[in-house]
Design a protein around this ligand. Structure first.
Ligand SMILES: Cc1cc2nc3c(=O)[nH]c(=O)nc-3n(C[C@H](O)[C@H](O)[C@H](O)COP(=O)(O)OP(=O)(O)OC[C@H]3O[C@@H](n4cnc5c(N)ncnc54)[C@H](O)[C@@H]3O)c2cc1C
Length: 387
């Protein structure tokens, strides 16, 4: 199902190799991990050993030398098998990319080999309780104290902070000339004094947990700042485009998983003379889901290609559109899959109902569907802003 098109032979080989790994784990494995309040360490280690986690990172720092196109294939295929690794979105895709593109030589040497071989992970924190979708309003602020930085603020809904060795925190520093606050990125180690986290009780059934973070006068060395103090926004976007592309991959994987469960079921389940899949009322929405998944993947491939070719601006529009289309395809595929299974769609045995919550995440995070529609209204169509 969903044979990928427009891919190189290498991409196809990667896709089928990752799919084979995913098959060895799958949804039952993830369910056991979540029920045991654990983490998918075995899958993470196997994916690392095969070079999948670091596929997008530069070869000279232990990565595979590929791009987001390859990493998105890894995430989509693991998801299609029912065992997605959310930390791929933040650790190699956002943090790895930002450090590879803008970090100092020392930061690259310190972090990239570990992010590539999965031995270390990094979370990413931008969302704040009083800013939400309006990241221009974030107030986490860094001030200089000698050579050090002192970081103070709050973050919310940050994924995987408990397992990550550090979190890449988006803060602000004061522009010496204008006094205006500008975005800056800081690596905050998990156990830094003054850096505390509390778990948010989510309805989501996933091994990666979300946390509220408090940064209370966290003292960081000068080299905790990633990249140029004056090019903060540009650096931030370098990480946010891969985040959107990877979220699209996450959604497509889940959509494919749900659709394939529904198709399997609809071929077998017979309550009249024919399997229920013969009824067009069931078959057509499944066919439509297949079309929506294929279309969203095309946009994801376009976004990844533009990004990997260095076109940050072009990639921005395509990445937003891909994320929007994939999230919608995912929500609809999961809804239709649950419906196709009738009562079984709501049983623990078939395990589809919990995907209703999980599929909604892609419509909200990392950027909501409304904020993407705003982006397209303003940036693509030139319409005036309402806010
Ligand atoms: C499971 C999960 C994991 C997450 N992981 C991370 C993470 O690792 N790191 C991180 O930094 N963040 C993370 N987030 C946070 C996520 O990025 C935010 O939830 C998201 O950006 C939306 O912010 P908000 O929740 O404050 O919603 P709000 O900004 O309060 O928005 C609420 C609603 O209002 C709508 N809205 C707001 N403004 C407008 C407008 N101008 N026009 C139209 N509609 C508007 C939104 O679309 C939304 O529907 C995660 C969230 C979830 C649910």
């Amino acid at each position: 199902m969903n044979a990928p098109v427009l891919e190189t032979e290498e991409h196809k080989a990667l896709r089928s190799a990752v799919a084979a790994l995913g098959k060895r784990y799958g949804r039952d494995y993830m369910t056991r991990v979540v029920q045991g309040e654990g983490h998918p360490d075995e899958l993470w280690a196997d994916a690392a050993k095969l070079g999948y986690l670091g596929v997008s990172l530069p070869e000279e720092y232990g990565g595979g030398g590929g791009g987001i196109a390859e990493l998105s294939i890894v995430l989509e295929e693991l998801g299609a098998a029912g065992s997605p690794l959310l930390m791929l979105v933040v650790s190699p895709a956002i943090c790895g990319t930002v450090i590879a593109r803008f970090g100092t030589e020392a930061q690259k040497r310190e972090w990239l080999p570990g992010l590539a071989d999965g031995g270390r992970t990094m979370a990413f924190g931008i969302t704040e309780p009083d800013a939400g979708s309006n990241s221009h309003r974030i107030t986490t602020t860094a001030r200089r104290d000698g050579d050090d930085w002192i970081l103070t603020g709050r973050k919310v809904f940050i994924s995987g902070v408990d397992t990550a060795d550090a979190t890449l925190i988006v803060g602000r520093t004061e522009d010496a000339r204008t006094g205006k606050l500008k975005p800056c990125l800081f690596i905050v180690p998990r156990d830094a004094p003054g850096f505390t986290r509390s778990r948010i009780d989510m309805e989501l059934q996933a091994p990666e947990k979300q946390f509220e973070l408090v940064l209370d006068e966290v003292r960081l060395p000068a080299d905790a700042l990633v990249g140029d103090e004056d090019a903060g926004l540009l650096q931030l976007f370098a990480g946010l485009n891969p985040e959107r592309i990877m979220t699209a991959a996450f959604s497509l994987g889940m959509a494919r998983y749900a659709l394939s469960r529904a198709v399997e079921y609809a071929k077998e389940r017979t309550v009249w003379k024919q399997p229920i899949g013969a009824h067009q009322a069931l078959a057509h929405p499944l066919a439509q889901s297949h079309i929506e998944i294929e279309l969203a993947r095309l946009m994801m491939q376009k976004a990844a290609r533009l990004y990997d070719d260095g076109d940050d601006m072009g990639a921005g529009e395509a990445a937003n559109m891909a994320k929007f289309a994939a999230a919608d395809a995912c929500v609809k595929a999961v809804d239709q899959a649950v419906h196709t299974l009738g009562g079984n769609g709501l049983t623990k045995e078939f395990g589809l109902a919990s995907l209703i919550v999980a599929s909604r995440v892609a419509r909200i995070a990392p950027v909501s569907r409304e904020m993407i529609l705003n982006f397209v209204s303003h940036q693509s169509l030139g319409l005036p802003k309402s806010y």
